[in-house]
Design a protein. Structure first.
Length: 346
């Protein structure tokens, strides 16, 4: 893990506090009101507060628009092709194309990124007959609205102090050639669709972390970036699972006591937020650990569930997903590079 060698600024510490506290609030509300799909309420605040250093109105609009659009897409697709994964995959490929196009352009990256992740997970759930499609859609929509409220509340309660170059700097996306854009869009859409099909064929409805990982690996938008992030994601997964196992040992039979679980989760999130911020944000080891811990607690921590088994299953499935995704990514990358119209580079 490559961390900065200078101390964090005051605003960096405040971002750590916002990430840890915001995700903990989402987790608390989800468990307190016994809402389904707890992963949405825990991970969405992490994505919103961790991917960007300062939550703005534009970021909030992109997040909410993504949730609404995904709800409509999943509702229509799930209703028409819920029992026909092959037909659903064809339409999903077309939907992934325009979402990755938004990511490639840069200005709508958050809309595309949140949309790709949500669409992939929700389509997988929607394909199973036992899934209540309306509950799935409205839970994701509610989690997005709640996450935006939490994010703005964190910005008000824990605001930045003074000017901070890291917080105020806006990274302008580099100008890309048309063939590079086509390469990124086609590679992302192809691999996301293959991932969806694999989870359908092998009936992996309980491997949410692995599916999310196969999509998150595509966020760098090119082969070299994916390869670099794969290493970080693997390390982050191991760290996240390790903290989850420690939490299981500390809590033991009290994993159903929300007031005891909450501080343990907050401490873990704070540690990984610190690492994420020290790495400069983006696709970091800390961010991989944050999302892993959020999924582990949000989806699997319950009085009647063994977090130890869930953690071990999660780390093995994620590492396997990383290897398979990298292999497919390399094949697709080389194939697209064979044509001038979709050539990205080495």
């Amino acid at each position: 893990m490559k961390l900065w060698h200078h101390p964090l600024s005051e605003n960096d510490i405040r971002q750590c506090l916002r990430i840890a506290t915001g995700a903990s609030i989402g987790f608390f509300l989800c468990k307190f009101f016994n809402w389904s799909y707890g992963v949405f309420f825990t991970v969405t605040p992490i994505l919103l507060l961790g991917m960007i250093s300062k939550v703005t109105g534009d970021a909030a609009r992109q997040c909410l628009a993504s949730a609404v659009v995904c709800g409509l897409e999943v509702g229509i697709l799930g209703g028409l092709f819920g029992s026909a994964p092959a037909q659903m995959a064809i339409v999903a490929f077309l939907l992934f194309i325009y979402k990755f196009a938004c990511m490639s352009k840069g200005s709508l990256f958050l809309f595309g990124a949140n949309g790709v992740l949500s669409l992939s997970i929700m389509l997988n759930f929607a394909s199973y007959p036992a899934t209540d499609l309306n509950e799935l859609i409205f839970t994701n929509l509610g989690a997005s609205f709640l996450s935006v409220i939490i994010a703005f509340a964190m910005m008000v309660l824990i605001p930045d102090r003074g000017s901070d170059e890291k917080a105020s700097a806006h990274v302008q996306p580099k100008a890309k050639r048309e063939n590079q854009t086509r390469h990124e869009v086609l590679m992302g859409a192809t691999i996301a669709t293959i991932s969806f099909l694999m989870f359908q064929v092998f009936d992996l409805s309980d491997s949410l972390s692995a599916q999310a990982t196969s999509v998150l690996l595509l966020f760098p938008m090119h082969w070299n970036g994916t390869l670099g992030y794969a290493r970080k994601r693997a390390m982050g997964t191991i760290l996240g699972v390790a903290v989850g196992l420690i939490a299981q040992v500390v809590l033991y039979n009290w994993s159903g006591e929300l007031l005891l679980v909450l501080p343990v989760l907050w401490i873990g999130l704070m540690l990984f937020s610190y690492a994420h911020t020290k790495e400069g944000g983006g696709s970091s080891v800390g961010f991989g650990a944050l999302t892993t811990l959020g999924i582990l607690f949000g989806q699997n921590l319950a009085p009647d569930n063994d977090l130890f088994f869930s953690a071990l299953y999660r780390v093995s499935s994620i590492l396997f997903a990383i290897v398979v995704t990298l292999l497919i990514c390399y094949i697709v990358h080389k194939s697209l590079n064979s044509f001038a119209a979709t050539r990205y580079g080495q």
